[in-house]
Design a protein around this ligand. Structure first.
Ligand code: ADE
Length: 251
């Protein structure tokens, strides 16, 4: 495989476990971001914090492709669950992405990205299949290793892996009214976050394979702001690390 694998998260807590698995990382600062070049299970990797939101994610993806020549991008982190069965502690692996705050109507249909004639972008099928296999393996094992207090506090009972539509927008969705609206307008959506669809648009432009995996930290409702920091601290980082490790062990 030519070029490194990019491992990206929006927040430090989400990337911490991945960095902890890299024995030889070298930091390079570029465009106001730290990129860590090194290895993980024999794979050439570059890990980076994108920062939060669509612009930060898009510029990071562009730098990874242009500056580091990455041959694929794997984005891990957390998301708010939208679909009824998508619970805190479950994992969502994206098959499609949509920017829920894209609205150039009435010039273009709502959610359509102007110039592209489409509102959704696809994840890479083969990479996403690998992410699903890695997630299912980790979900079978990890909740038991987190400790009873943590699993009880978050109700991490038989967590599931879902695959489908992931929404992104420059909003932390933290009211039941807003998540209800999103569910009504976009009934296929599994979860909502703030970066994936922006990276997907860049990867589409450059023809670079993308896989995105999100652990559900909250239900994007009135309690989201309470659940989110606690979950990030206690669970998210360990999930990201374990799933990326399982992914890179596959080959
Ligand atoms: N990431 C995690 N939870 C989220 C939420 N409720 N809205 C947007 N991004 C999120």
């Amino acid at each position: 495989m030519a070029g490194p694998t990019a491992l990206v998260s929006a927040l430090h807590e989400e990337l911490a476990a991945v960095l902890g698995l890299m024995p030889d990382e070298q930091q390079q600062v570029f465009g106001g971001r730290s990129f860590w070049r090194g290895h993980l299970h024999g794979h050439d990797v570059v890990a980076v914090l994108s920062g939060i939101g669509k612009v930060a994610a898009a510029t990071t993806a562009t730098a990874l492709i242009e500056r580091f020549g990455v041959q694929r991008i794997v984005f891990t982190g957390v998301a708010g669950g939208l679909a009824p069965g998508v619970r805190v502690g479950d994992v969502v692996v994206a098959r499609q992405f949509l920017q829920h705050d894209m609205d150039a109507s009435p010039i273009f249909p709502r959610h359509e990205v102007p110039g592209y004639g489409r509102s959704t972008f696809d994840a890479d099928t083969a990479l996403t299949d690998e992410l699903v296999r890695a997630s299912e393996q980790v979900l079978r094992e990890l909740p038991a290793t987190l400790g009873l207090d943590v699993t009880k506090a978050f109700g991490l009972d038989a967590p599931r892996c879902h695959q489908g539509l992931l929404l992104s927008g420059d909003r932390f969705v933290s009211t039941t009214a807003e998540s209800t609206t999103l569910r009504t307008v976009l009934p296929d959506a599994l979860a909502v976050e703030m970066e994936g669809a922006a990276v997907a648009q860049v990867c589409h432009d450059y023809g670079v394979p993308l896989g995105v995996l999100r652990t559900i930290s909250d239900r994007a409702d009135d309690a989201a702001h309470v659940d989110f920091p606690h979950f990030l601290r206690e669970v998210a980082s360990r999930y990201s690390g374990a799933i990326v490790e399982a992914l890179l062990r596959q080959k």
